[in-house]
Design a protein around this ligand. Sequence first.
Ligand SMILES: NC(=O)c1ccc[n+]([C@@H]2O[C@H](COP(=O)([O-])OP(=O)(O)OC[C@H]3O[C@@H](n4cnc5c(N)ncnc54)[C@H](O)[C@@H]3O)[C@@H](O)[C@H]2O)c1
Length: 378
Amino acid sequence: MTTLITPADIARLVAAHGLPALLLRLADAIAADFRRWPAFDKVPRVASHSQVGVIELMPVADAEHYSFKYVNGHPGNGAAGLPTVMAFGVLADVATGAPVLLSELTLTTALRTAATSLMAARVLARPGARTMALIGNGAQAEFQALAFHHGLGVRELRLFDVDPAATAKLVRNLQGVPGLVLTPCASTADAVRGADIVTTITADKRSAVIIEPAMLEAGMHLNAVGGDCPGKTELHPAVLDAASVFVEYEPQTRIEGDLQQMPAGFAVTELWRVLTGQAPGRRRADEITVFDSVGFALEDFSALRLVQQLAAELGLGRPLQLIPALADPKDLFSQLQPVPDLRPPRCAAYSTAAIAAAVRSTLPVFSPATQMRPERTR
Ligand SMILES: NC(=O)c1ccc[n+]([C@@H]2O[C@H](COP(=O)([O-])OP(=O)(O)OC[C@H]3O[C@@H](n4cnc5c(N)ncnc54)[C@H](O)[C@@H]3O)[C@@H](O)[C@H]2O)c1
């Protein structure tokens, strides 16, 4: 049996552990897997682009587990009442190929993206960073805010979104978080001024310039999350030129990240090398660092493994017969035995006479000869 995890299960899991503890645990789980980097079979995600968005498949595996995520990015989806990003994924057993977990990944993507941003900022932001500009206050924003507040000690969030309703929603959701000051700002430049960390998490299917070189200040860390697709960027190329740039998986970020604007030889450092001590993270207090985040399959792998473990501990999820249960593994054909159709007849499709005949056929049959009722069926 495959275990099915729904958004309601994730909400229960968060309620049981608390969002701060879960974000920290997820950041640790992702970091632990990044430290095992060579153990994974990796490939840039496979993307299918359209005029309005992208649909992507993200596979990764180690010797024991395989996972993939289906995820989209449609910045105009709000008009259709749908989120920009929707996702689900599978964790499978490498030894047999059996899918063991089928999980929602929309909420989990927001959790794992925030946890990955935290993991990167721990080695790239200036120690003692307390102020963060948060540009783009949509679906992902609260998760980022809470990861940096609880995991790094950020105390003030300077907020900007071109949609004031998105900022108002964020303020509504986070007001009352102890020790967190929320400051809505009039523009990106206003929000970024004086910030130790700048998180950009906007959605726009074009090469936007959210952060200009003139906005940079010595020692800033930029957590650039929204530029994650060919033709979809957030940073002016001169911002990357002025910074030390860190990425998840270089072959994928060269195609999808803000890095797509830079020449092939532009130097970047993969985060796993920093986490294993093979490369430095931040080297100086006045250095400008950029985490050019695009989202890598390994983060979903770590999240699926953690969800599997915590759901089992809490008894969450439900068994799903996704694969046929076969008495004889070679007798797949026997699964095609007709199954009785228990659906009620669709009356609108029948004439009155046909309905009357159908009703009569369900009544007990009387014998005209004896006028005796047949035995009741037990
Ligand atoms: N790197 C990753 O791992 C990762 C993971 C998840 C999502 N993302 C990306 O993050 C972005 C945000 O995702 P979301 O689910 O929050 O989307 P969303 O549509 O819910 O929110 C995006 C917000 O950005 C705002 N925005 C657009 N252009 C702006 C601009 N020029 N200045 C300020 N605000 C602007 C929009 O008004 C909206 O409120 C998307 O681009 C998505 O693809 C990346």
